[in-house]
Design a protein around this ligand. Structure first.
Ligand code: PMP
Length: 402
């Protein structure tokens, strides 16, 4: 008898399992619209050129880029560059040392450790998350012993923002609540607030003393411009509002498996930032001791070398550009093939995903009958489309609609 005989089989991860199903499907026309990672026009993963060049440089300088343990806060040159990417290079908050930054295992590790910090040191037991949100938010935040409660994000149609409902919820929450906000390119819906709406939230956060908790996993993927995609976070910084950011370089630098990211906490002064950092570091130490070095080395070289930074910006623009092109083409194809339905939401959304409006039954039928895989919420990853499969996808969706 095994000590583990009482362990029941766990369910597969709803998103990651799509890849398993896709790979197992021998059909020649199969399409993977479930993936949360960039694919080029040949539907292949790509290592960015700026990353390759940085790796060559790192390889040639083993005296600097060692395999030693990093300090508890992570690789400091990376953290400095990562701050500039979010706040802009000359932001007064950085000059005054009001932001403390701790390297973490990408966006996921940043969420877990920062939620753990808030639970242990701020006494937070609940974090408000948008409805809908990334499927793993509840689990990561729950692991840090905080519950999650959803706030209104999309309207009853499930396709457009319900801004009035959102503001109403923010005003009704207890003062000092922690509210998770997607910095840009909302996953799964692709629906973002515009600048005017973000500005409208500032006085609400101030009045209610809510703590903004930014998940920044897609900087660059909404507009193709890293600065424009940091707009929301910069608005809060300019107002002097304290907040926490969980930054991921998985998507925009294509460093998925390197687990590269950081927690940035914007506070009122350097003394506060230093105290906060000391406690976050203790949590890191007790969770996984230190963070991995290679991804941080890469990102520090890319962001800190002017020619590579330029190349990075171009490559981000190119990735975002291909997704936008696919968005327009699937919109056109659906509008032409299935004109009885309005597809405007597809073109109005941004980033890596589109909420199609298909329900879980239709999603299942698309997989079973047409070998097209997407998340049961109807989230389509635009990165799985190319000129060769767009019409097939549109035709299949049309066939499922009628
Ligand atoms: N936040 C959001 C909104 C995401 O979509 C993802 C990845 N799908 C993450 C965080 C975490 O990704 P990673 O841990 O690779 O940064």
């Amino acid at each position: 008898k095994s000590r583990f005989s009482g362990v029941v089989q766990g369910p597969p991860d709803p998103i990651l399992n799509l890849g398993v199903m896709f790979r197992a499907d021998p059909h020649p026309k199969k399409v993977n619209l479930g993936i949360g990672a960039y694919r080029n026009a040949e539907l292949k993963p790509e290592i960015l050129q700026c990353v390759r060049k940085a790796e060559e440089f790192i390889y040639k300088h083993p005296e600097t880029y060692t395999k030693e343990y990093l300090p508890l806060e992570g690789y400091v040159p990376f953290l400095k560059e990562a701050q500039k990417l979010i706040f802009g290079p000359d932001h007064v908050a950085l000059k005054e040392g009001r932001v403390c930054s701790i390297q973490e295992l990408s966006g996921s590790g940043s969420l877990l450790i920062s939620a753990d910090f808030m639970h242990r040191l701020l006494g937070i037991n609940k974090i408000y998350i948008p409805n809908p949100t990334w499927g793993n938010h509840g689990a990561l935040i729950g692991k840090a012993l905080c519950e999650t409660e959803k706030y209104t994000y999309l309207g009853a149609d499930g396709l457009y923002i319900d801004f009035e409902g959102m503001k109403k919820d923010f005003l009704a929450m207890p003062d000092g609540s922690v509210i998770l906000l997607h910095a840009c390119a909302h996953n799964p819906s692709g629906v973002d607030l515009n600048e005017e709406q973000w500005r409208e939230l500032l006085p609400i956060f101030k009045k209610k003393q809510h703590l903004p908790y930014f998940d920044c996993a897609y900087q660059g993927f909404a507009t193709g411009d890293l600065d424009k995609d940091a707009m929301a976070m910069r608005l809060f910084a300019d107002e002097g509002i304290e907040f926490i950011i969980c930054q991921s370089l998985s998507k925009n630098m294509g460093l998925y498996g390197e687990r590269c990211g950081a927690i940035h906490i914007h506070t009122v002064d350097k003394e506060t930032a230093d105290r906060v950092a000391s406690q976050v570091k203790r949590i890191v130490r007790a969770t996984h001791s230190v963070s991995p070095c290679h991804g941080a080395y890469i990102a520090s070289v890319v962001l800190g070398t002017p020619e590579l930074f330029e190349l990075f910006k171009e490559e981000v623009k190119k990735m975002a550009g291909r997704l936008l092109d696919m968005r327009k083409k699937i919109y056109d194809a659906l509008s032409k093939t299935a004109p009885e339905k309005n597809w405007d939401h597809v073109i109005y959304q941004r980033g890596m995903f589109s909420f199609t409006g298909l329900d879980s039954h239709q999603v299942k039928m698309l997989a079973d009958e047409y070998h097209i895989y997407m998340v049961s919420s109807g989230r389509m990853a635009l990165t799985g489309l190319n000129d060769g499969n767009i019409q097939y996808v549109a035709d299949s969706i049309k066939a499922e609609e009628v």
